[in-house]
Design a protein around this ligand. Structure first.
Ligand SMILES: *Cc1c(COP(=O)(O)O)cnc(C)c1O
Length: 386
């Protein structure tokens, strides 16, 4: 029996251990092992240059970056934030922690990204921000979203947790909204175990972002010599990752393009096999925005086939999985959030979605996995039709 193929497998570039050892050695020569040491600075500079944005602050998770974003958006009790229900809990939780009310609008039937045409109807006097989630590393319709935000004076916070190196009309995801959030969790494309970053894309938010990340103090200005002492200035928390994690992350980022290319290659192999088969509903992405190969997913024709399909693939040693329970249907979602309009596509898509194994190294197996999936799906379909 060959090894099981899981949905995700950590990819190591080879330089992680060397860089982490260097961070440890540096701490013996006056370097900092805490946050904002030399590797943290190297990673921030790398990201600022690669994504051509004002300020990139490393955090210990994307959840932390979203929490910082909620503070920077000045969310007050009762303020509303528009987002899809089909997302990870942190997209909503970060705002609920500030007393905000997530307002869910439906997603597109194929991409599972927020339907930009439904946003305006959800806006009230209390609306403060829009949070597009780039599901599977594929872009939301950012031109329209930014247009609406400008018209109603709202902030746009991109949850780009899955979307590093993805783009929209040539612009990197995470850099288009006022703020963008990346995740470096081990299940994402670029990783350091647990980690994240806040992209501050507007200069007027930079000074406060530094303070919020440093427990509400101006320690960052003090460390860089811009201030001669530091003190409590604002609300904030401890959002810095250790320099050892930044060291790990630098090794990954140096191979960021290669990692993305290899995942995109696997994505294309899956897509070539499965799209022509017509056995799954697959997302139609615009030609001018390329997903980053974070995830390959499709929608089964019938929700009731999903457990059998997942089970049959598992029997072949291949992990195929569903994804989010829509937040509006969860106990906390019902308590803290509000729904705008029908969530028909969210509910239907969530019940039919399956994800296929995706990681650096799956390229050689993608055709075999797609072939097996097609066999299983044909069998399930013929049972129904018979
Ligand atoms: C993974 C993920 C997060 C959370 O990332 P962490 O780094 O684990 O906090 C948030 N939003 C989305 C859409 C994600 O996929």
């Amino acid at each position: 029996m060959p090894d099981n193929i899981f949905l995700n497998k950590v990819f190591i570039t080879g330089r992680e251990a060397t860089y982490v050892a260097q961070a440890i050695a540096d701490s013996q020569k006056g370097g900092m092992l805490s946050g904002d040491g030399s590797f943290t600075h190297r990673v921030s500079e790398f990201l600022e240059k690669t994504f051509d944005t004002h300020q990139v602050l490393l955090t210990h998770s994307c959840t932390a970056a979203l929490e910082m974003a909620a503070i920077l958006a000045d969310i007050q009790p009762g303020d509303e934030v528009i987002m899809p229900s089909y997302t990870f809990v942190s997209s909503a939780n970060a705002f609920v922690l500030r007393g905000g009310v997530p307002v869910f609008v439906d997603v597109k039937a194929d991409t599972m990204n927020i339907d930009e045409n439904l946003i305006e109807a959800a806006i009230t006097e209390k609306t403060k921000a829009i949070v597009p989630i780039h599901y599977a590393g594929a872009a939301c319709e950012m031109d329209r979203i930014m247009q609406i935000a400008e018209k109603y004076d709202l902030m746009v916070i991109e949850d780009a947790a899955q979307a590093i190196f993805g783009n929209y009309k040539g612009r990197p995801l995470g850099t288009i909204g006022h703020l963008g959030c990346f995740s470096f969790h081990e299940t994402k494309n670029i990783i350091c175990g647990e980690g994240g970053a806040l992209l501050v894309n507007r200069p007027n938010l930079e000074a406060r972002a530094e303070i919020v990340r440093e427990k509400g103090t101006d320690r960052t200005a003090f460390l860089s010599g811009r201030s001669d002492k530091y003190t409590w200035r604002d609300i904030g928390s401890s959002y810095l990752p250790s320099d050892m994690l930044a060291a790990f992350l630098l090794a990954q980022l140096e191979h960021g393009e290669e990692i993305t290319r290899r995942r995109q290659k696997a994505w294309e192999i899956y897509d070539e096999c499965l799209r022509s088969s017509g056995l799954l509903e697959l997302p139609q992405y615009p030609h001018d925005s390329r997903p980053n190969g974070h995830m390959y997913f499709g929608l089964l024709r019938n929700a009731k086939d999903r457990p059998a399909f997942i089970e049959e693939m598992r029997n072949e040693g291949i992990q195929v999985l569903s994804h989010y329970v829509p937040l509006h249907s969860s106990p906390a979602g019902q308590k803290f959030c509000r729904v705008s309009g029908s969530l028909e596509n969210t509910i239907s898509g969530a019940s039919r979605l399956v994800r296929f194994p995706m990681y650096c190294g799956i390229e050689d197996k993608a055709e075999m996995i797609a072939g097996l999936a097609m066999d299983k799906l044909r069998k399930l379909n013929s049972v129904i039709e018979a």
